[in-house]
Design a protein around this ligand. Structure first.
Ligand code: AMP
Length: 354
């Protein structure tokens, strides 16, 4: 692929904060951005040169996007794969491609893909009816996490089950959607690896970050990781092999559980820029948003060397109101421009120099 010329137009499917930060990075590199997403007055729309407000499978909207753009990417992994097919049928180039999306949208496909590529995961059982759940729970002595196969995010579409919990109400609580039951993993920590890959296979990888979660939502990401080099190197190698096997183009993130003995289990992959990489623009020579744009544009990838130790903390709901008051001189705050502050909603993040 020839490098995308400066002044070209990049389309982004998705209109949230990731789109906003991608659009800012693209604009800094001399590209214009067109956003397509379902929301009026979205965070990304207010940074983009042009916005198309429409559902992802709206053919007229996709036709307009493909005419306006030289290259199309995404910031949301639940964009229907059909939208990519429609765009490709119209002659558009979309990075990442359908395979990345298809596999990462479904927890069963994702885990089986990881295993086929030599990356271990937690044990899990397919749950398509209550009797499947009862059988799986009896093998797990009543404990596990029931997760919808698709459309789960930030702890939505999940139920933690303890011995004695009622399988019927847990399954009904997820509206009878196809699920998996995952064994509870007694992890020593969670790490994620944010990696960028170009169409020609060139890759760069940010330092693995240690993540903490609250109520299933990412709370902090910290670098350097507390885990030994051997664990970090293994996490990077696993992410490289998964990105290569997907033929992924752009940034993707792999989240792992780390067991006491250093064993890594893939939790999930995100075929896009990721919340656990939000420390990278401040703490590295090139941040994840710029790297994604460079990767899809076929530009030389940036140097991802880390220039400081850092911790990123998400600002949810009204956390954001006190963030400025609490911030020290070396704390860097990013706000997403969401005008409607709701409890638990991601409003911004702070990167602290450690
Ligand atoms: P997920 O949406 O699958 O990434 O889950 C969100 C968070 O819930 C993870 O980052 C973990 O902190 C926790 N979690 C998810 N699955 C498991 C599991 N099988 N065992 C223990 N904790 C889990």
């Amino acid at each position: 692929m020839k490098p995308l010329p400066v002044g070209s137009v990049i389309g982004i499917l998705g209109d949230g904060q990731l789109g906003r930060m991608l659009a800012s990075a693209a604009e800094r590199l001399g590209f214009d951005v067109v956003v397509l997403g379902p929301n009026d007055d979205s965070p990304a729309s207010r940074v983009a040169a042009h916005t198309i407000v429409a559902e992802y499978t709206d053919r007229d909207a996709l036709a307009e996007l493909s005419v306006r753009c030289d290259l199309i990417t995404l910031e949301f992994e639940n964009v229907p794969v059909e939208a990519l097919q429609i765009l490709e049928d119209m002659g558009a180039t979309v990075y990442p491609g359908q395979k990345s999306l298809q596999i990462c949208q479904d927890r069963h496909l994702e885990k089986s893909f990881a295993r086929e590529n030599g990356v271990a995961t937690a044990d899990y059982w397919m749950v398509d009816r209550v009797s499947d759940l009862e059988t799986a729970l009896s093998e797990l002595k009543g404990k596990g996490i029931l997760k919808t196969r698709r459309d789960g995010y930030d702890g939505h579409g999940q139920r933690r089950l303890q011995t004695g919990d009622d399988a019927v109400s847990a399954y009904d609580g997820l509206d009878g959607a196809p699920c998996i039951l995952e064994a509870m993993v007694p992890f020593a920590g969670e790490v994620s690896v944010v990696i960028a890959r170009r169409a020609d296979g060139m890759m760069t990888c940010f330092d693995p970050a240690d993540n903490t979660h609250k109520h299933g939502i990412l709370h902090t990401s910290r670098v350097p990781s507390k885990f030994p080099d051997s664990v970090q190197t293994a996490a990077i190698a696993a992410a490289e092999s998964l990105a290569g096997a997907l033929g992924h183009v752009g940034v993707m993130a792999c989240e792992f559980f780390v067991l006491e003995d250093g064993t890594l289990l893939l939790n999930e992959m995100a075929p896009r820029v990721h919340n656990s990489g939000h420390w990278t623009p401040e703490a590295c020579l090139t941040g994840q948003f710029e790297q994604h744009i460079r990767a899809i544009a076929g530009w030389p990838l940036g140097d991802v060397s880390r220039v400081m130790d850092a911790e990123m903390e998400n600002l949810l709901g009204d956390d954001v109101l006190k963030a400025f008051g609490d911030a020290g001189p070396e704390d860097m705050i990013t706000l997403y421009g969401k005008r409607d502050m709701r409890p638990g909603r991601k409003m911004g993040h702070i990167v602290r120099k450690l």
